[in-house]
Structure formats: C-alpha cells, structure tokens
Write a protein that binds this ligand. Sequence first.
Ligand SMILES: C[S@@+](CC[C@H](N)C(=O)[O-])C[C@H]1O[C@@H](n2cnc3c(N)ncnc32)[C@H](O)[C@@H]1O
Length: 239
Amino acid sequence: MKVTPYNNNQTKKKQVEEMFDNIAPTYNFLNHTLSLGIDKGWRNKVVRILRESNPSKILDIAAGTGDLSFAMLKLNPEKIMGIDLSNKMLEVGKIKVRKKNLEDKIEFSQGDSEDLIFENNSFDAVTCAFGVRNFENLDLGLSEMHRVLKNDAKIVILEFSQPKNKFISWSYNIYFKKILPTIGNLISKDKRAYTYLPDSVGNFPYGDNFLKHLKKAGFKNTKGRTVTFGIASIYSGEK
Ligand SMILES: C[S@@+](CC[C@H](N)C(=O)[O-])C[C@H]1O[C@@H](n2cnc3c(N)ncnc32)[C@H](O)[C@@H]1O
C-alpha cells in the first residue's frame, strides 16, 4: 500500500513536496523538540561512518533544511551538494548558508532524487536522512544514488525503523501515533503531516528488508545498524 500525505489525486511526489513546503517554517523546531534532540546524535553517527573514506564531494539527497549537510562539514569536504523537492525547506537551509558564509562549501538546489541531474560517477559519498521513506519509487531513487556515486564510494542512509523490544515498541507507538501527531499537527498547522509520519514509517521496509533494496540497486558490502533501540536505522553500502 502506498502511503501518501494527503490521500488526494496528486502523485505522492507532488503531495510530499506540498507537505514539506507547508511545514518548512516549523520543521527544525518540531524536529529537534519532538525527537528530544536525539536526531542530532544520529546524524553525527552518519558523519562518523563516512569519516574513514574521507569524502571530498558529497551529495546529500532530500537535504531539507540542511541539518545533515551542515553536520558533514566536520568531514572537511571540498563541496556538499544538497538537493530536495521542497524549495521552502531548502530556503531555510540557504539562509543558514548565507549567515555562516558557507557559499563555497554547501550548495542547495531543487531536484528529484529519482531523476538526478548529475553525471555518472560524480560523488565520493551520497547520504540521505529521513528522505527515502518519502520517495515515490524507492528502487529508482536508490539506483540513481548508485549511478552518481564513484566506484567503491559509500552511500549512508538514516531512516526511521521499528523497535523489536515489546516494551520499547509499545511506548514508541504511543509517542509516535498519539503524542507526536497531536503536537506536530497543532504547531505545524498541517493536519496530515505528523499523522503521515507514523503511517509512512509503519509501511516502510527496515532492517534486512531495506538492505535487499540496497543490494537490488547494485550496492555491495551493505550493512544495517540500529540506533536508540531501533527507533531509527543507519544503512550503508558501497558502489
Ligand atoms: C523529513 S525531511 C528530511 C530533511 C533532512 N534530510 C533532515 O535530516 O532533516 C524529508 C525531505 O525529503 C524530501 N524529499 C522527499 N522525496 C524526495 C525526492 N524524491 N527527491 C528529493 N527530495 C525528496 C522532502 O522534500 C523533505 O524535505
């Protein structure tokens, strides 16, 4: 079953773009508050996984407001390109880039992960945090990420998953399905956005099932790691 934000006649891609445009002004505040700041640690773990390959040119897919792109500055790359469907999300990131004088390091532009404008074998690393779950066509998105990576270069994906422990799963469901939609929908003023979040996680492959998609796209040495009791997972692979 395809889970879409608004359940209307538009494509999932259009609905996702519209939803993130709607919630862009409150995204950062809600993201960090509702995750109790844990998401920062998860992005730092992505950075640590990339450290040993010392990437120079990085593509951050579904960059949104740029949280992962900014965290990856710690790797001291030559350039980070961030692409996203939602112009409004990127606009928040672009303001931060200008304020911090990072124009020569980070560049955000609108783009579709399922139809990347970049040449084959262009990047030393490709990342995606909380984006793949929103793709219209997951396998197409992953194969595009594979196409633009250089040989042996790394992909690292951070995405929500489902905890296995029964007590954690019970608490997580109460938080994710009741508390988070109530606060999120109230503050973002988008009635569907924070209901779509748990719905989309519940229907998305995780663990070995997600690794199967990475392998299908052509990635080797694939690996999955759970973080914070399996609330999220970090997947990696090489071209
Ligand atoms: C939950 S946000 C994550 C943003 C950021 N990576 C972060 O960690 O905060 C998901 C983002 O994925 C973007 N997105 C979804 N589908 C996309 C696609 N096909 N191509 C590019 N961006 C996409 C949305 O517009 C949204 O900004």
